[in-house]
Design a binder for this molecule. Structure first.
Ligand SMILES: *[C@@H]1O[C@H](CO)[C@@H](O)[C@H](O)[C@H]1NC(C)=O
Length: 245
């Protein structure tokens, strides 16, 4: 499918991506995941809390950009989906070559913004697709008008990278005067992101050093991401070390 990001015209707190040939069959108006108005599994994601997980790993990705860890559908109770994913018939072993054949521009963007810090990129992406992508109910082949093989894989990663660009953590922090090479109290750090995005993030550290930021969403009309406050708590406490990379 043709996939282009229409970022400029969007309301700041809602991300809309083109629906392509996703079919919204008999969906309620403004179907919203995890609400009484969710509609069926093609109208909004059944695992309806989507977590955009970005990481900050020195040595990986542009020096002025967080990179992707994943886009994870959680249950509406905030629980994780299973470790083996949700549809073994769409579990693949070579997601790198699937994306490369489907759209080489997306593949290039994946290598830039979704690098693995532990082994080959394709293995990282394959894991993310098999465990999490197959759990996005709106991407099931039956939800497409004329499903083409791997269209779901393409849509999953395109959507995730689009969200990463819209929810640009580096820029949000920079706007608040927080730049790499500094240490900032977790309250101030979190508030900078709340100011930018209007919701509470979950900020994770490893030994006092920033590792990841999680942003939480419900999904409206299959493809509009509506930010919500984080369900989990920060693992950062005290001062957050934000190293240069
Ligand atoms: C390929 O991916 C890029 C980046 O996501 C996107 O801008 C472009 O529209 C896609 N091309 C096609 C043919 O879908």
């Amino acid at each position: 499918m043709k996939f282009s990001l229409l970022l400029a015209s969007l309301a700041p707190l809602a991300m809309a991506l083109p629906a392509g040939s996703l079919v919204a069959r008999s969906c309620p108006a403004n179907a919203l995941s995890c609400s009484s108005n969710a509609g069926d599994s093609c109208c909004s994601p059944t695992n309806g809390i989507l977590i955009l997980v970005q990481q900050w790993v020195p040595g990986y990705g542009p020096s002025d950009a967080f990179t992707m860890h994943g886009l994870w559908p959680d249950t509406c109770n905030g629980g994780q989906t299973g470790s083996t994913g949700c549809d073994s018939t769409r579990s693949y072993s070579n997601v790198g070559s699937i994306i490369q054949s489907y759209n080489s521009t997306l593949y290039d963007n994946m290598n830039t913004y979704w690098p693995s810090d532990a082994g080959a990129n394709t293995n990282f992406w394959t894991h993310e697709w098999d465990k999490h992508g197959t759990c996005v109910s709106t991407l099931a082949p039956k939800c497409y008008a004329n499903y083409q093989q791997y269209e779901d894989v393409n849509d999953y990663f395109s959507t995730a990278l689009g969200l990463r660009a819209q929810y640009d953590l580096y820029n949000a922090l920079s706007t608040a005067g927080i730049t790499p090479g500094s240490s900032t109290d977790i309250g101030t750090f979190s508030q900078a992101l709340q100011t930018a995005f209007g919701v509470v993030p979950k900020v994770d550290c490893s030994s006092g050093t920033l590792s990841e930021v999680w942003l939480y969403f419900n999904v409206q009309n299959t493809n509009t991401f509506v930010p919500i406050d984080a369900i989990g708590s920060n693992t950062c406490t005290g001062s957050v070390n934000y190293p240069t990379k």
